[in-house]
Design a protein around this ligand. Structure first.
Ligand SMILES: Nc1ncnc2c1ncn2[C@@H]1O[C@H](COP(=O)(O)OP(=O)(O)OP(=O)(O)O)[C@@H](O)[C@H]1O
Ligand SMILES: [Mg+2]
Length: 309
């Protein structure tokens, strides 16, 4: 069972006291590498016997990890973190039912779900911080955080960043999934349909390239942001042929010290892909000037009249 499946199954079974204990462990992970039982007792305000019963249950459900050293300590497992986020989203009236995986990968798991209104949405669980031991030590060195707190903090901050980028982009009419809600490391967004550019065969590639460049321009000029990880894997071609740009956690603002370098890399990634796959050749300098808003055309591409920002 995946972490999300464990969390969804547990969501039906957890009781308020389980959640109290789980939240106490979550909060204390900032201070302890392994949260001692006494600290959970103090933070939860529950009777020690109750806490011990809840810890056994949560452990059984696969939501927390038990560590036995000089003392007994606990940390959240990924499924426990997922459960806290899902529970909050259900309580907030955002999610009602949970569906199947849409994409399960290295840095995120994406599932479909329903809102109480019946609207279909995509739920993205950020999965970061599965770092090497050396990196972990380095991170611990300056934050003082434990090994487990590391994935926890990084996944959350990736979700925060991505949600921020989606809001900025969406409100500047960049073609991105609609941001709906975020809790912890989980983002709820509009469901999109289509396939990654890497997987589609285009009969008429030029308008698609123009559409991508136009969206990069709207993000830069309109929203003041740069995707910074743009590639054929993060560009979705919808059934009607229009594009969507997804996967924004590594975005930067246009005043970032490396902004231009990152913008250039994004544009070059796209141009190289269109050249290699579709033999569409477009000048790099004019494409870059176009996305920066310094010119309104790119020789060889048609932007359909009033389309530039
Ligand atoms: N809003 C959405 N609606 C429908 N499917 C989506 C949505 N967002 C993402 N997906 C699906 O999930 C996949 C992964 O999403 P995304 O690129 O945002 O995450 P990632 O960090 O690259 O994850 P991975 O490590 O799995 O590639 C996408 O290729 C797509 O198939
Ligand atoms: Mg991706």
């Amino acid at each position: 069972m995946s972490a999300v499946e464990v969390a969804v199954a547990a969501l039906r079974a957890v009781e308020p006291e389980d959640l109290r204990v789980l939240r106490a462990i979550e909060a204390l992970m900032a201070r302890y590498e392994h949260v001692p039982v006494e600290a959970v007792v103090r933070a939860s305000g529950l009777h020690p016997r109750e806490v011990s019963y809840r810890l056994d249950r949560l452990h059984e459900m696969g939501l927390i990890r038990r560590w036995i050293g000089p003392y007994v300590g606990y940390v959240l497992r990924v499924a426990g973190h997922d459960l806290l986020a899902l529970n909050a989203l259900v309580k907030a009236g955002i999610l009602e039912a949970f569906g199947k995986p849409l994409g399960v990968g290295k840095e995120a798991d994406v599932y479909d779900a329903l809102m109480p209104s019946g609207r279909r949405v995509a739920v993205k669980f950020h999965r970061l911080g599965r770092v090497s031991f050396r990196q972990t030590k380095r991170v611990r060195g300056y934050t003082g955080e434990g090994v487990w707190a590391d994935w926890y903090i990084r996944s959350r901050s990736a979700a925060k960043r991505e949600f921020k980028a989606l809001r900025l982009a969406f409100s500047s009419s960049v073609s991105v999934p609609e941001p709906i809600a975020r809790n912890r490391h989980v983002i709820v967004m509009g469901m999109i349909e289509g396939a990654e550019l890497a997987d589609v065969e285009l009969l008429d590639p030029e308008p698609v390239l123009a559409d991508v460049l136009l969206n990069v321009r709207k993000a830069y000029v309109g929203a003041g942001i740069i995707h910074a990880d743009l590639s054929e894997f993060n560009i979705i071609i919808r059934p009607d042929g229009s594009v969507l740009i997804i996967d924004w956690p590594q975005f930067v603002y246009k005043d970032h010290p490396n902004a231009l370098e990152l913008l250039r890399r994004d544009v070059l990634n796209v141009l190289k892909f269109f050249r290699r796959r579709f033999s569409v050749v477009v000048g790099e300098d004019s494409a870059l000037s176009f996305v920066m808003g310094l010119r309104d055309d790119v020789p060889g591409l048609y932007f359909g009249g009033s389309s530039t920002t």
